[in-house]
Write a protein that binds this ligand. Structure first.
Ligand SMILES: C[S@@+](CC[C@H](N)C(=O)[O-])C[C@H]1O[C@@H](n2cnc3c(N)ncnc32)[C@H](O)[C@@H]1O
Length: 190
C-alpha cells in the first residue's frame, strides 16, 4: 500500500517524522528553507501563491498560530500592545489550506492550530492538549502523552521557535497508524 502525504507549513517536520516511520511518502512545503533539517522531500515555497502540487492522498497543515495565540492574551500585556495580533494575515494562511485542498482534492485533510483560532475559523473537530484539529480525517487517540504534557526545555537558538512549534511524535505516530488502518479497510472493502 502506498500513501502519499503533503505536509503544508512543514517546519522541521513533526507530522512528517511520524508518517515516515510508518512508510508513508511525504513532501513538505515551507517558506523558510528547512531543506537541511527536514526529514523528507522538501519544497521551499510561499504557500499563499504556490500552486504546483503533486497529487496526494492526504494533506496535513500547521499554519502559523502566533497571532491567534496572542489574540487570547489580555490586551494590557506589553507583548500585545507592542506587537498586536494580525488576525487577517493569520486567517489568510489558515484559509489558504482550504484552497489547496480544493486544488489537490486529497481523500482527507487535517489542519492543526491553537484553541484561540476557533473564534475566527470555527470550532475544531477535537484536540489533544494544546493542539486543535480541523478537517475530514478519521479521529485518532494518543495513549502515551509524555511528549505532549511533559515540560521540555529548549535552549535559545535560531531554531528555537521551529523546535517549539514541532508536532509531538506521539501525535504524528497515532495519526499515521489510524490513516494506515483506514486505507487498509478501503483496500479490503471492510
Ligand atoms: C507552526 S509552524 C509548523 C510546525 C510544523 N508542523 C512542525 O511540526 O515542525 C508554521 C510554519 O509555517 C511557515 N510559514 C509561514 N508563512 C508561510 C508561507 N506564506 N508559506 C509557507 N510556509 C509558511 C513557517 O516558516 C513555519 O515553519
Amino acid at each position: 500500500m502506498s500513501i502519499k502525504v503533503i505536509d503544508l507549513y512543514c517546519g522541521l517536520g513533526g507530522w512528517t517524522t511520524g508518517l515516515l516511520e510508518n512508510n508513508i511518502e511525504v513532501t513538505g512545503y515551507d517558506i523558510v528553507d528547512f531543506s537541511d533539517k527536514y526529514p523528507s522531500k522538501f519544497v521551499k515555497a510561499d504557500l499563499l501563491t504556490y500552486n504546483n502540487f503533486d497529487n496526494c492522498d492526504i494533506i496535513v497543515a500547521s499554519p502559523p498560530c502566533t497571532d491567534f495565540t496572542k489574540s487570547s492574551f489580555p490586551k494590557t500585556w506589553r507583548v500585545v500592545k507592542d506587537y498586536p495580533p494580525d488576525i487577517p494575515s493569520a486567517m489568510k494562511l489558515f484559509n489558504r489550506v482550504y484552497e489547496i485542498v480544493d486544488i489537490v482534492k486529497p481523500v482527507y485533510y487535517l489542519i492543526e492550530n491553537v484553541r484561540g483560532a476557533q473564534k475566527y475559523v470555527g470550532k475544531a473537530k477535537f484536540h489533544i492538549g494544546s493542539r486543535y484539529f480541523w478537517g475530514t480525517f478519521p479521529n485518532f487517540t494518543v495513549t502515551n502523552k509524555e511528549d505532549i504534557y511533559g515540560k521540555s526545555y529548549v535552549a535559545p537558538s535560531k531554531d528555537r521557535p521551529a523546535i517549539r512549534a514541532k508536532i509531538p511524535l506521539s501525535i504524528s505516530r497515532a495519526f499515521a497508524k489510524t490513516i494506515i488502518e483506514r486505507f487498509k479497510q478501503y483496500e479490503t472493502g471492510d
